[in-house]
Ligand binder design. Sequence first.
Ligand SMILES: NC(=O)c1ccc[n+]([C@@H]2O[C@H](COP(=O)([O-])OP(=O)(O)OC[C@H]3O[C@@H](n4cnc5c(N)ncnc54)[C@H](OP(=O)(O)O)[C@@H]3O)[C@@H](O)[C@H]2O)c1
Length: 292
Amino acid sequence: MNAKVLIVGCGDIGRRVGQLLLAAGHEVTGLVRSEESSAPLAGVGIRPLVADLNDPEELQNLPVAGALVFYFAPPPGGGITDPKVRNFCAAATGAKAPKRLVYISTSGVYGDCGGALVTEETPANPQTSRAKRRYDAEQALRQWGEAQGVEVVILRVTGIYGPGRIPVFRLQDGHPLLCLEESPPTNRIHADDLAQVCVAAAEKGAAGEIFNVSDGHPSTMTEYFLAIAEQVGLPRPPLISMAEAKEVMTPLMLSYLTESRRMDNSRMLNRLGVRLRYPTLAEGLKASLEQE
Ligand SMILES: NC(=O)c1ccc[n+]([C@@H]2O[C@H](COP(=O)([O-])OP(=O)(O)OC[C@H]3O[C@@H](n4cnc5c(N)ncnc54)[C@H](OP(=O)(O)O)[C@@H]3O)[C@@H](O)[C@H]2O)c1
């Protein structure tokens, strides 16, 4: 792999992927929306490109022809489609089409699975608007890939944690947590492990292939927050029932607590040959807090 690389939506994960690729000798361009977000890219050697994916006019001269693209920009905050992905696809056709694209989607596209083990063969069943937007982006990219001869690889990523992304503030604010008995299984991946999975998917994933991305150790959201409280020395927040949670938690938080899945990551490990640096939350959390 010695391709020209464009990372569309070059934020936290994009910078991590970019740094891995720079170290391997690639030229890396990172697209962001704001001038403010371009400074941290230049600081690590990624060439910044500022353009708004919402504006097709700004996407006319993207350096994508024959490139390796990582598409990490999130869908918009509302609706059930992803116009940004569609604008990108429209700007990268014919002679401008890239060779390959790796897309970060979410495990949310599987919907509620009642705590069952979820493989890549599990049918997508997006239920929330957020998940529908993601699934729309997946579908748009797959159709575009088939029409334009672009090898599209989709990563269905679970909750990302890592340095700078540990929600200590929620504990400091004293928000209650759902009691352990009613808290459903959730799945996570450390940001550095996600970055190495993205690179491995670019090297080894096949056109049209989907990979679940998680550390393979599901635990509940409540266990996650209690582990953080213990590591940073904060008091345990009050634990409440689901009936009480419905009264006091935000709809967003409740939507996370009413979907449950156990993600199977064996395709990621076996096909991509990934060796996780942080296979358990305990290891990843300790390392993340030390680096903050
Ligand atoms: N949080 C989780 O647990 C989780 C789980 C699964 C998947 N994901 C997804 O993983 C992906 C990568 O996450 P991340 O943490 O690296 O995200 P991030 O740090 O927020 O980076 C997102 C990037 O997208 C850019 N962007 C957003 N809208 C844009 C637009 N209209 N035009 C151009 N650029 C735009 C942002 O640029 P500006 O900074 O200039 O706005 C930023 O560089 C995201 O799609 C995220 O939703 C997250």
